[in-house]
Write a protein that binds this ligand. Structure first.
Ligand code: IPM
Ligand code: MG
Length: 357
């Protein structure tokens, strides 16, 4: 029995709706296993800008640092998407949080629940058995390099930069994970063009000498994008840079049926942050139809990785599995075989999972 302080950071759009469900699942686990989970909440993103003028107020950051783990929702608001001149933007809150908390490793497990084989737009025979663990570097690359305008604003630049140290620490995490899985690691770069990628490859090659039991391959990002759809089963652990990882994991979410199914863990030296990979989805915000399973699966990752509660985490995952086996779906993962009465909204899907806990 443990006592833990969990910070709930719902953020924007459907982040609010799905995180509320993720928290209920954590509550149910605490009750069942006799743990005490204390909760606090903090603002980030558009809601934080509205309340304080900043995308990540100092108070929120302080609360994150002090908590044992963060359950995160999403950030973003459509009003900024078509306003490139906005100085304060919701996403800045997310990036600052990653940097300030030193969350350099973003784990994105892509695993298809068998029940959802027909929910994907990819053929079931190609998908069946696919199980990939992405390690996306999260605090470097073109996201955090120097950026700006020159020539009176007519030219813009974003600098991509990586140090040996940054590549090595994410590489190590990926090698360690590969050891616990199929001992296969694919490192993705664009070393035929980019200097940062040539450094990346050099560092991974050198690390490989320390992990002779892990079979390493290097692939270019463009051909990886193609192979992910052509033959996803050929991948096990994949490690890549920030921007490539951002793009490849959205693509890979289709292997899991829907973006609404994918959870992620961002870890580093301090507090871990757990969040769905989907965004704030303002097109469906407030309709009560968002899929809460990614937030629930994020809670499962939180239990396992930050608290070492493997049994608790496995129970959450098996409850999700049961719910899908019973035929329940949110609208994003429903298909022609789903009975209309089995299509559930956000809250009802949460209740269905709670029933199996
Ligand atoms: C993600 C998101 C973020 C990113 C955005 C919201 C800044 O797409 O977590 O994948 O690009 O990292
Ligand atoms: Mg993304």
């Amino acid at each position: 029995m443990a006592t833990k302080n969990i910070l709930i950071v719902p953020g924007d759009g459907i982040g609010q709706e799905v995180t509320a469900v993720g928290k209920k699942v954590l509550d149910a686990i605490a009750a069942k296993f006799g743990h005490t989970f204390n909760y606090d909440e903090a603002l980030i993103g558009h809601v934080a800008i509205e309340a304080t003028g900043e995308a990540l107020p100092a108070e929120s950051l302080e609360k994150m640092r002090k908590s044992d783990a963060v359950l995160f929702g999403a950030v973003g608001h459509p009003k900024y998407d078509n306003d490139p001149s906005a100085k304060v933007r919701p996403e800045q809150g997310l990036l600052k949080m990653r940097k300030e908390l030193g969350l350099y490793a973003n784990l994105r497990p892509i695993k298809l629940f068998d029940e959802l084989l027909s929910a994907s737009s990819i053929k079931p025979e190609i998908l069946k058995g696919a199980d990939i663990l992405f390690f996306r570097e999260l605090t470097g690359d073109i996201y955090f390099g120097e950026k700006g305008r020159k020539n009176d604003g007519d030219t813009a630049f974003d600098v991509a930069e990586y140090s040996r140290y940054e590549v090595e620490r994410i590489g190590r995490k990926a090698f360690e994970a590969a050891r616990t899985r199929k001992k296969k690691l694919c490192s993705v770069d664009k070393a035929n063009v980019l200097e940062t990628s040539r450094l990346w490859r050099e560092v991974i090659q050198k690390l490989a000498l320390e992990y002779p039991d892990v079979e390493v391959e290097h692939q270019f990002v463009d051909s990886t994008a193609m192979m992910l759809i052509k033959n996803p089963r050929r991948f096990d652990v994949v490690v890549t840079a920030n921007l490539f990882g951002d793009i490849l994991t959205d693509e890979a979410s289709q292997i899991a049926g829907s973006m609404g199914m994918l959870a992620s863990a961002s870890i580093g030296d301090g507090t871990g942050v757990y969040e769905p990979i989907h965004g704030s989805a303002h097109d469906i915000t407030g309709k009560g139809i968002a899929n809460p399973l990614a937030s629930i699966l994020s809670a499962a990752l939180l239990l396992d990785i930050s608290f070492g509660m493997k049994a608790e985490s496995d129970l959450v995952i098996s409850a999700v599995d049961q719910v899908l086996k019973e035929g329940f779906r949110t609208v994003d993962i429903a298909d022609a075989n789903t009975k209309p009465e089995n299509i559930l909204g956000t809250e009802a899907m949460g209740q269905a999972v709670l029933k199996f806990l």
